[in-house]
Design a protein around this ligand. Structure first.
Ligand code: A3P
Length: 317
């Protein structure tokens, strides 16, 4: 189902009535749109972006499911592509700008207030929308997409903390962990099901690796230097031997490390979107934290789910 003009209230509400809806464990209302669970508060913006966003060949799009390591990827990519503008790291906008803001998000930031904003001066974008629902111009232009994925158990735990800390729905009584996990495993979570989201970008990467770079949070954790070089190559700005000798790659990885970003004043205090603590984008930054919250039976359920959903994909978690 499509809607032609999402600015028209009546049509919008009529369209909404045709869609399946669910309330998430944290009280957020979802609508099922083009096969994914879209938070209702993002729906208009997603429709607007689909309708109006014009990607240019020079644009960089960072895509992910929420809590997959987007902020880290934003800081790294920003530092890689702007390394000649801010050779002195102390002058990096990372010190003055809340990190997520370096790559404004289509549905959360840019299309929030206006249906068709002027994005002329923006080069870097991010989105949580699944591949098949991206604005067409992103697919059709030569712009590059970098996707970051993460172990679903860690992503689930990270999102649970994020949502509970920021209370997206003020009066909601959140479901217990086991019920929330059950919903997650049934694909009912923001932008879910996660398997469709991940596989959408994975298959796009297999089809056209020059267009879509596919990264994993865990791989970045294991060897961030290698991945920084990979991102630079993908974006057509590889590090020269001189730069490598001078330690430019290491400087970027240090600047963007969890410890560093978390302690920056600009990431510590205040809120975004009125209710979301800036600090909540930097919680623990570890691999495998799920073990402190989920039971072995839950992990086993996830293993089986992953096996079923990803078995022919060539993708391993
Ligand atoms: P945890 O909640 O497990 O700590 P996103 O940026 O997509 O919202 O993902 C947030 C997750 O990435 C959080 O995970 C957060 O702590 C972690 N994170 C943020 N910055 C990071 C960094 N520089 N290095 C590693 N992890 C980071």
């Amino acid at each position: 189902a499509e809607i032609d003009n999402c600015s028209k209230d009546h049509e919008f509400h009529e369209f909404l009535k045709t869609l399946e809806q669910q309330i998430s464990w944290d009280g957020v209302r979802f609508v099922k749109y083009q096969g994914f669970w879209c938070a209702l508060y993002l729906f208009r913006q997603i429709l607007s972006a689909q309708k109006h966003f014009k990607a240019k060949d020079s644009h960089i799009i960072l895509a992910s499911l929420p809590k997959s390591g987007t902020t880290w990827l934003k800081s790294l990519t920003f530092s890689i592509v702007n390394r000649n503008i801010y050779p002195n790291h102390e002058e990096s906008p990372l010190f003055t700008c809340h990190t997520p803001h370096l790559f404004p998000n289509l549905e959360f930031d840019l299309y929030w207030e206006q249906e068709n904003p002027n994005l002329q001066n923006i080069q870097n974008f991010s989105t949580h929308v699944p591949f098949h629902s991206l604005p067409k111009s992103i697919i059709e232009s030569e712009c590059r997409i970098i996707y970051i994925s993460r172990n679903p158990l860690d992503m689930f735990i990270s999102y649970r903390h994020f949502s509970l800390e920021n209370k997206f729905v003020k009066d909601a009584t959140p479901f217990e962990l086991d019920e929330a996990f059950d919903m997650f495993c049934r694909g009912i979570h923001i932008m879910g099901p996660f398997w469709d989201h991940v596989l959408g970008f994975w298959n796009a990467h297999l089809e056209n690796p020059r267009k879509v770079l596919f990264l994993k949070y865990e791989d970045l954790k294991e060897d961030v230097t290698f991945n920084v070089k990979k991102i630079a190559e993908f974006l057509g700005c590889p590090f020269s031997p001189e730069e490598e000798e001078q330690g430019v790659v290491e400087e970027i990885t240090k600047l963007c490390s969890f410890e560093n970003l978390k302690k920056l004043e600009v990431n510590k205090n205040g809120h975004v979107y009125g209710i979301v603590k800036k600090s909540s984008y930097f919680r623990k930054g570890e691999v495998g934290d799920w073990i402190n919250y989920l039971t072995p039976a839950m992990a086993e359920r996830m293993d089986k789910l992953i096996e079923t959903k990803f078995k022919d994909s060539g993708l391993v978690f």
